[in-house]
Write a protein that binds this ligand. Sequence first.
Ligand SMILES: C[S@@+](CC[C@H](N)C(=O)[O-])C[C@H]1O[C@@H](n2cnc3c(N)ncnc32)[C@H](O)[C@@H]1O
Length: 248
Amino acid sequence: MSLWQHLARAYFDTVYSPLYDSTTAHLSRYVDSQKEMAARLRAEGRHRVLCVGLGTGNELTSLRARAPELDIVGVDISPAALARARRKPAGEGQGTAFALVDAQQLAFRDACFDRVLCYHVTDFLRDPAKATAEMMRVLRPGGHFVISFPARSEGLGLGAGLLAHGLRSRGPDGASAGRVRGVTALLLGGLIYLPLMLRPRPVIFAAGQLEPLLQPLGARECIIETDPVYRDHLVSGVKNAGGQTHAA
Ligand SMILES: C[S@@+](CC[C@H](N)C(=O)[O-])C[C@H]1O[C@@H](n2cnc3c(N)ncnc32)[C@H](O)[C@@H]1O
């Protein structure tokens, strides 16, 4: 592992993953966007789904709410994140597998997944293009993907917006966020987001760069939207029947 990967894993293991479910995962915008992504992915029946950068496993919950019998593989570089995902009800049972795998080097054979989801992960990667090629390689022809790409430097504005939204948000139980809980969320959120806001994003994309990146990898019917939570590009599409199956 490179120094960057060591640092990223240490941050996700010790700060981000332990606090994620008590901060970000409570944002109503985040919950809604998880549901929307599960809908866009069109996973159904016993589809084999790869979640790249699964994190603490909230994607499992939204995917299983739509299709309980999915065969889901979640990969991440953070053992702490995967341990949390494994403990979630949606992560239990034989239909879910977890693997400590780098998104830029997916240890799976070509075309072995029906669906690939990668949300808010490529902006932590030194080589998001390589990760994208890997995701398209392991996706079968005719399979659907949803991948988000960093649009710009996150900056203080985004952090402030997320935190303000978090303070106004209701929890999953529907209870209003009280003052104490709001202040706690503010402090915890600040702890999570400060390193993210201050870091230089390794790579960012203009919307016009995404089709040229994805089409040679076999993507078609690409829809490019703005992610409501992180203001990144959210791309959904299908791999064509003659699409590339080998990593670039
Ligand atoms: C912002 S979280 C998103 C988690 C999840 N996709 C969600 O939306 O809840 C980013 C995740 O990407 C993981 N990650 C960072 N670099 C990675 C890499 N090179 N390969 C795989 N996962 C990585 C982190 O450990 C973290 O769990």
